[in-house]
Design a protein around this ligand. Structure first.
Ligand code: UTP
Length: 297
C-alpha cells in the first residue's frame, strides 16, 4: 500500500483551443461557460472537494484572463459592495484565492508544445509525492472524479492511475485505449495503452480521459522524452514509459464525462445542465415544442 498522498493538482490551460475559434481568439477555452460557470471553475471545485492542497495552472502569457478569474479581485468586490451587492461580493471571494496564497501557482508554457510539455512545466511547483492532472475541457459531472481516484489510488498497486470510460467500438480511434489484464471493481490493471487504435486493433474499449494520478517519476520520463505524434511532447508516451517501472491502472469513474473541447460536447453539457435547472427548463421546452411543430408542418 502506498503512503504518499496526492497533494498537488496540475491544470494544463496553455493550449490554443483551435476547435473553438473564433470564440477562443481572445477568450481562453477554459473560461468558456457551461451555463453560467466557466470550465476551469468546475475543475477547481472538483480538486478542492478532493482535498488538493496546491493547484498549479500551466498557462500562456496571452491567457492572463484565467489568472484574473482564479484570483481574488479586491477592487471588484469593493465596487459591488458600494453598489449594494454584498452577497455577490462575498460569493466571489469564496470562489477565488487570495493574491499571494501558496495554494495556487501559475507557471507559463510559452509555446504549446503538447500536453506532456505542459505538465513538465509544473515540475518546480509541485509538492512531494504523486500528482493529479485535470484537463478542464473534460467536464465530469456527478461524483467528483479526481476525489474518487485519489481514494482508489491508496490501494491500487500501480504508480500511474488514469481515468477511463467505456466507448463504442467505432470510437476507439479518438482515444488512448488501455490494454487491460485484470479488473477489480472499478480498477483495471493494465500493461500498457495504445494511442487511437482502429476498432479491430483496440486491446479493450476502456478509453483514457482527462484525469490522471501520476507517480512523481513522470517528470523524469517527460524530461527524457522526444516529440511524438503531431510533433508534440505527449503525456501518454511518458505514462506508457513509466508504466513498465511503476505500474499502470485505469479507473472507471462513476460520473458523466462531456468532451467540452468540442462543440458537440459543449452543447451536450449545456443541455444536460439546463435540463436540471428550473430557470432553463421552460426555455428548453419552448425550443423542443417549436422544433416539433416545425418538423410536423
Ligand atoms: P487540447 O488538445 O484539448 O486543447 O488539450 P487545445 O490544444 O487547446 O485545443 P484544440 O485541439 O486546439 O482545439 C487539453 C488541455 O491541455 C492544454 C489545453 O489548454 C487543454 O486544457 N494544453 C494542450 C496545454 O496546456 N498545452 C499544450 O501544449 C496543449
Amino acid at each position: 500500500m502506498k503512503s504518499s498522498a496526492v497533494r498537488t493538482a496540475i491544470f494544463p490551460v496553455a493550449g490554443l483551443g483551435t476547435r473553438f475559434l473564433p470564440a477562443t481568439k481572445a477568450t481562453p477555452k477554459e473560461l468558456l461557460p457551461v451555463l453560467d460557470t466557466p470550465l476551469i471553475q468546475y475543475a477547481i471545485d472538483e480538486a478542492q472537494a478532493a482535498g488538493i492542497e496546491r493547484m498549479v495552472f500551466v498557462s500562456h502569457p496571452s491567457k492572463a484572463a484565467i489568472e484574473r478569474h482564479v484570483m481574488d479581485d479586491v477592487r471588484l468586490r469593493s465596487e459591488l459592495r458600494a453598489r449594494g451587492k454584498p452577497e455577490l461580493a462575498a460569493e466571489l471571494k469564496e470562489a477565488s484565492f487570495p493574491v499571494g496564497s501558496d495554494e495556487v501557482v501559475f507557471a507559463m508554457q510559452n509555446e504549446p508544445l503538447g500536453l506532456g510539455h505542459a505538465v513538465a512545466c509544473a515540475r518546480d511547483h509541485v509538492l512531494p509525492g504523486p500528482v493529479a492532472v485535470i484537463l478542464p475541457d473534460d467536464l465530469i459531472l456527478g461524483e467528483g472524479c479526481i476525489g474518487e481516484m485519489i481514494e482508489a489510488y491508496r490501494n491500487v498497486p500501480a504508480g500511474h492511475l488514469v481515468a477511463t470510460m467505456q466507448v463504442a467500438a467505432r470510437e476507439t480511434r479518438k482515444y488512448g485505449i488501455l490494454s487491460v489484464c485484470d479488473q477489480e471493481g472499478r480498477v483495471l490493471r493494465a500493461d500498457g495503452m495504445v494511442e487511437k487504435p482502429d476498432p479491430d486493433k483496440a486491446p479493450s474499449r476502456d478509453a483514457v480521459v482527462g484525469r490522471y494520478i501520476l507517480d512523481g517519476s513522470v517528470f523524469d520520463d517527460l524530461s527524457a522524452q522526444t516529440p511524438g505524434a503531431g510533433g508534440e511532447i505527449q503525456l501518454t508516451d511518458a505514462i506508457a514509459r513509466g508504466a513498465q517501472r511503476v505500474g499502470l491502472a485505469g479507473f472507471r469513474f462513476s460520473g458523466q464525462r462531456f468532451d467540452c473541447g468540442s462543440k458537440a460536447g459543449m452543447l451536450r453539457a449545456t443541455l444536460h445542465l439546463a435540463a436540471e435547472d428550473p430557470e432553463c427548463e421552460e426555455v428548453l421546452q419552448e425550443i423542443v415544442a417549436s422544433r416539433s411543430s416545425a418538423l410536423a408542418a
